[in-house]
Design a protein around this ligand. Sequence first.
Ligand code: NIG
Ligand code: FE
Length: 398
Amino acid sequence: MSVGQKRLFRNLKLVKSDYSGHQAKMAFIVEDGHLIWMGSQSKIPKGLKPKDEFDLKGQLVMPSFIECHTHTVFAGSRADEFEMRNQGKSYLEIATSGGGILSTMKKTRSASVKQLLEKTQPLVDGFLAQGVSTLEIKSGYALDLKNEIKLLETIQKLKGPQIISTFLGAHALPPEFKTHSEYLTYLGTKVLPVIRKKKLSNRVDIYIETKFFESGPAQAFLKQAQTLGFQITIHANQLSMSGGAELALELGAQSADHVIHLNEKTIQRYGKSKTVAVLLPAADLYMKCAYPPARQLIDAGATVALATDFNPGTSPTQDLSLVGFLARLEMKMTLAEVFQAYTSGAAKALGIEQSQGDLALGKEANFICTDAELSDFFYSIGNMPRHTLFIRGLAVKI
Ligand code: NIG
Ligand code: FE
């Protein structure tokens, strides 16, 4: 949208911020992609009335979705591992015998930016088609300076939603290093400064888990990242009580993700913390894990977000409807909580809550409009109700 351009959207049903229902006959005005006026359509200020007018014909309007945890850039497939897991091999067994993240690493290192873009852009389009206006994508399938940079540069070239990249070099131990500590030192001293200098990402993630990175060495690495100006996030407590969830609190991370294995004390601490608990139930379904204690976290006062964790290993699905469905069915989240987790909760997890995540004055006009009811969402697996997505006030053609 060009500078100064105003657009009026009228005749809409605005979903209330707590998703308890909607207000009919509403209107809003967008200028330079941001909401500058909202209210009853009978009260549109004459002086503000722009030439560009859109009649939304009584459709429901609500914030678009923010997908805050994905591993969308990778080469190859790990479909064979799904069969192996179903025949009794564990994720860790496959990982320690050359499969898992390292098998994706081999294919990803040898792919060009062009090849990666050709594979990734349709996947990004797949999120856009579901009403995702902002998409987080992690690196982490290359595990060396040259190729991790290649992944982050690929992410920068993707089109469609607004994209936030996260550096996940600390995803697994690459074959060039003997110990996780040596690799973390390499990442902290040789890789992070380059990523910072090239402005390829301002977020750093790490996989803290048995047989992956331990919370002790992780702490030093994450502090180094913070000193360089990165925000941090942690893959925490997915398969065990790894200490990642507690470290996220201590370091003031933007989020701790997975967080399945939490004790009562930690749950209460999340209730008082700004760190968001990002819940990834599609991965839990594929991994046959327990689901995270969403109800306890929310009841304690924690902010939760939901995401697909889309990746070729533990969550080869991009389906937001499945994620929300599992949150309702298995984690006892209410429909309103699911919407909040996929909008304002996800915005907070990415540190963009000042400008995105709800429809409020001064924020970006990122919204979807639909003929469906709120209750049609996160109900039918594989089925996102028909809608139109607007990013910064512009309709997205899909
Ligand atoms: O979020 N847990 C670590 N990372 C991914 C899995 C990556 C993979 O298996 O390729 C996750 O589950
Ligand atoms: Fe993940």
